[in-house]
Design a protein around this ligand. Sequence first.
Ligand SMILES: [Zn+2]
Length: 218
Amino acid sequence: MKYIQKSVEPNSLSIWKIKQGDKIPTWKSFGRTVIKGQLLETLLKEQGYICCYCGVAIDKGSCHVEHFKPQGIDETVRFDYFNLIVSCQGEDDTQPRVPVHCGHKKNNWYNEKLLVSPLIANCVDFFKYSAAGEILPTEESSKKLPAETTIENLSLNIPKLQRMLQAAIDAELELLGNDDFNEEEIRNIIKDYLELDDEGKHKPFCTTIVYILESYYL
Ligand SMILES: [Zn+2]
């Protein structure tokens, strides 16, 4: 999970919201507006085109706007820009792709104390990873239960995601090969993983790779 630093609400969304007055349109009707497409583009850019929960690469066709606090339990957050992020597995939440994970798996589950939010700066500290691609809760007592519960309720440790994480880890380790990188070189590689590339994208699973590099190479 990578921290998502929210920017400012796009003007087009602010103006659209003012036009709606007191009524809260349905998400389905919003989906037919041009504003929805623009919003999606802004959110994808904000996140560097990776899923808010698992870190897989996403684009306009393979993601959905995720309400961190579900609109199903509180419709007032439906168009709150600071509640909107982007998750993997496409738009369709009635027939999501299987195995279901991340936003579609979370669905209407929400627990302020037990759901780790990618909108808090230290979200990365809740999780650790094995070289085999498992996501695990940290041992730190105040963070362990939220981490465990989040992994469980979002199905973040399913074999599919483990396999993808392991492939990403293996690819990086293969690049490092047997060369003897010094600490400064490893730190530069880590820095590279934390920054956006020239197309404004993050590398998929970047926080996992950074964790592995920091744990085993520094
Ligand atoms: Zn995901």
